[in-house]
Design a protein around this ligand. Structure first.
Ligand code: NAD
Ligand code: TYD
Length: 350
């Protein structure tokens, strides 16, 4: 058995990752350290509560004592650090939590990892799950490569960039076995409805306005979450120490095109809105995000060549599977759109 300490495993990508390891492989034992913030939902993994291969630890990655204790008692072979504040808009209105978790929290994990490796002569690897947003914004042409200089624009991106630099430095200075992945925008089941795709699905189901920032022409490169998780499983097992991999789907789309695609799919499945309007009529252009990055696009050739990773899900399939999931899990959606979500929504969208 391989023991993996996953942090942030009750969130969107972390819970999909744990589900993949437990359902598609037979040799993983998981410890999930999660602070259960607004984005962490125990419902996301409830089917594993009684599974002997899964242990949940409620706590903060910034709690050194707790992290030390988990490392000493569980002796993981891998640490996969997903835990983060992850929403750009929240980083614009309240950056402090991003500095605390994404930078100081990652630093604490690295210090505990350094101590654990030193004391145990362990073969443990540390995989930092990062984002393409560290590279900044592209114009109409070009792609982010692993060699593209970091140029983060939002407090979120800057906090993730700082964490990446620390991870890199711990490899270089202390010769620790660290890895970094920089992935493009994920979508799929269990994504919190503050992010574009689940927000638009959730609002379109309720007949609410669909707030598109600016002119809607910003471009994101979308990757189905399971493809990202498969890439992470490959990287943690097979990558050379100290390596960075970009992960992306070569699925670029303007936001407005994506929102129209979601609206049309929902109209096809559910019929028009009760008042006879198509859901595209709910689209409302609103003020732009501060410092809004124009375009992200990943060149994922390195992981393709080195590890043979390819995305399995194209955008059309992935969108249909995602819409299916939200339609089948409206209870989940209602539960997460609780009082604090309503407050966030009012402050954000008025
Ligand atoms: P998410 O916001 O859905 O989940 C974050 C999880 O971390 C939650 O379960 C939360 O409770 C937990 N958490 C937050 N602060 C914590 C702390 N101090 N200690 C312990 N747990 C804490 O995020 P996500 O979308 O699943 O993203 C996971 C990781 O992947 C993040 O590091 C993010 O930067 C990165 N990433 C995300 C995307 C994307 O499109 N969502 C793309 C590339 C990289
Ligand atoms: P988001 O899902 O927040 O991811 P990121 O900012 O990390 O790329 O946003 C994706 C794109 O959608 C981004 O260009 C901002 C835009 N967007 C809207 O137009 N309206 C919204 O309500 C949200 C949340 C995002």
């Amino acid at each position: 058995m391989k023991t993996v300490l996953v942090t942030g495993g009750l969130g969107f990508i972390g819970s999909n990752f744990i589900r993949l390891l437990l359902n598609d492989f037979s040799d993983y034992h998981i410890i999930n350290l999660d602070a259960v913030t607004y984005a962490g939902n125990p419902e996301n993994l409830k089917e594993f509560t009684a599974d002997s291969r899964y242990l949940f630890a409620h706590g903060d990655i910034g709690d050194r004592e707790l992290v030390d204790k988990l490392l000493q008692t569980e002796k993981p072979d891998f640490i996969v650090n997903f835990a983060a504040e992850s929403h750009v808009d929240r980083s614009i209105t309240g950056p402090a939590a991003f500095i605390e978790t994404n930078i100081v929290g990652t630093f604490t994990m690295l210090e505990a990892f350094r101590n654990y490796c030193g004391e145990n002569d362990s073969k443990c690897r540390f995989l930092q799950v990062s984002t393409d947003e560290v590279y900044g914004s592209l114009g109409a042409e070009g792609y982010f490569l692993e060699t593209t200089p970091y140029s983060p624009n939002s407090p979120y991106a800057a906090s993730k960039a700082s964490a990446d630099h620390l991870v890199r430095a711990y490899h270089h200075t202390y010769k620790l076995d660290t890895l970094i992945t920089n992935c493009s925008n994920n979508y799929g089941p269990l994504q919190f409805p503050e992010k574009l795709i689940p927000l638009m699905i959730s609002n379109a189901l309720e007949g609410l306005a669909l707030p598109v920032y600016g002119d809607g022409k910003n471009v994101r490169d979308w990757l189905y979450v399971e493809d990202h998780c498969r890439a992470l499983e490959l990287v943690m097992n097979q990558a050379q120490s100290g390596v960075t991999y970009n992960i992306g789907g070569r699925n670029e789309l303007e936001n407005i095109e994506l929102v129209k695609l979601l609206c049309n799919s929902l109209d096809r499945r559910l019929g028009l809105l009760p008042d006879g309007r198509a859901r595209t009529e709910l689209i409302k252009f609103v003020g732009d995000r501060k410092g809004h990055d124009q375009r992200y696009a990943i060149d994922a050739d390195k992981i393709r060549k080195d590890l043979g990773w390819e995305p399995q899900t194209n955008l059309a399939q992935g969108m249909e599977m995602t819409i299916d999931w939200y339609l089948d899990n409206q209870e989940w959606l209602n539960q997460v759109r609780d009082g604090s979500y309503q407050k966030y929504y009012q402050e954000m969208y008025g």
